[in-house]
Design a binder for this molecule. Structure first.
Ligand code: UDP
Ligand code: MG
Length: 321
């Protein structure tokens, strides 16, 4: 049942949770007091992304105690971006706050975000108010440096302006949400997709806190995959780069060809084993590299063409459904 505008809550809060049993109670306590302060109707959509700890029990317990809370459990771990997508497609609010459950993004910023969305900066209503990190407490130098490098890189090779140092922590309007959920792509880089939608998007600078409890669910391998998803989803520059390399290699190969023919014509055909091996090695290497790049895109095309559902819901508890 899709709700009509009349019975939408004014605000939905969507938080993906993966093994967050230790932070969930504190998260809900702080979030609830913020929502109480704001007033108006609201719902909290918690998505359990296949947790292996007591997260689901904590969620259903909370949903039983507070009618605002909707607990959603996915069939298995789908990853942060798809868990978020599940929550976003189920939430019913006029405005939607996307927030991590680990309290790295303080829920207390919500009133300020709401005010900015109403046009508190004197420049009219905003479609998106995104949190921009000034400082990142409790995150390793490596994480901060790699994040900075990544946002600079993606800024250079894409046409859209993806804000630097911004995560998914943001307040968006229903209109933006509807556009976002209409995009069927599997490899979702949600902060980039929101930036791509456009409209008026204003930053709210904040200091990112350390995790309240538990540990990061983004180990290096997942971070790299996330970065590759982001780049391939928003840029064909790597594909173009392979073409540039291909031209250069073709030119070198042609020069070698001319050189060998001329050498043969003048009768001094040298053993030439070294140059042959160098050419074979170099060309072979470049070909593999290019095949890899093409494969990355092809793999994504393949994935997309399968058209599988982006997520599979196991249960929904609570809420007027
Ligand atoms: N998360 C998730 N599924 C995953 C990994 C993470 O739903 O497979 C959630 C996690 O519970 C948290 C948010 O996504 O609410 C951000 O993850 P995390 O805090 O581990 O990332 P970091 O802040 O370290 O980048
Ligand atoms: Mg975190």
């Amino acid at each position: 049942m899709s709700p009509t505008a009349a019975n939408r809550p004014a605000l939905s809060v969507v938080a993906p949770c993966y093994n967050e049993q230790d932070v969930l109670p504190e998260f809900l306590r702080r979030l609830s007091s913020v929502l109480d302060g704001i007033g108006g109707t609201s719902e909290i959509v918690l998505v359990d992304d296949g947790s292996r700890d007591g997260t689901w029990d904590a969620m259903t317990g909370a949903a039983a105690a507070d009618p605002r809370i909707v607990a959603v459990r996915l069939m298995r771990n789908h990853g942060h971006q798809l868990a978020l997508t599940a929550g976003l497609s189920l939430c019913r609010g006029e405005r939607i706050l996307i927030i991590d459950a680990d309290l790295q993004d303080p829920p207390e910023l919500l009133p300020e975000m709401m005010a900015l969305m109403d046009g508190a900066d004197g420049q009219g209503a905003a479609d998106v108010v995104y949190g921009q990190r000034r400082q990142r407490d409790g995150e390793s130098l490596f994480k901060r440096a790699s994040a900075a490098a990544f946002y600079r890189l993606i800024g250079r090779i894409t046409d859209i302006e993806i804000p630097t140092d911004a995560g998914d922590f943001r307040l968006i309007t229903r209109r933006v949400l509807d556009l976002l959920t209409a995009m069927p792509e599997r490899h979702r880089f949600i902060r980039g997709m929101v930036a791509w939608i456009g409209g008026r998007q204003v930053p709210l600078v904040y200091d990112r806190q350390a995790r309240a409890a538990g540990e990061s669910k983004y180990p290096l391998a997942k971070m790299v995959r996330f970065a590759v998803d982001a780049i391939t989803a928003f840029s064909v520059v790597p594909l173009m780069a392979s073409m540039t390399i291909g031209w250069v290699m073709a030119a070198i190969g042609f020069a070698f060809f001319v050189y060998s023919i001329v050498g043969w014509l003048f009768g001094h055909t040298l053993p030439g084993w070294t140059s042959l091996m160098a050419a074979v090695g170099l060309l072979g290497g470049m070909q593999f590299l290019m095949l890899g790049i093409i494969g990355a895109y092809l793999g994504r095309l393949y994935d997309q063409s399968k058209g599988r559902p982006l997520f599979m819901i196991r249960d929904i508890v609570g809420g007027p459904r």
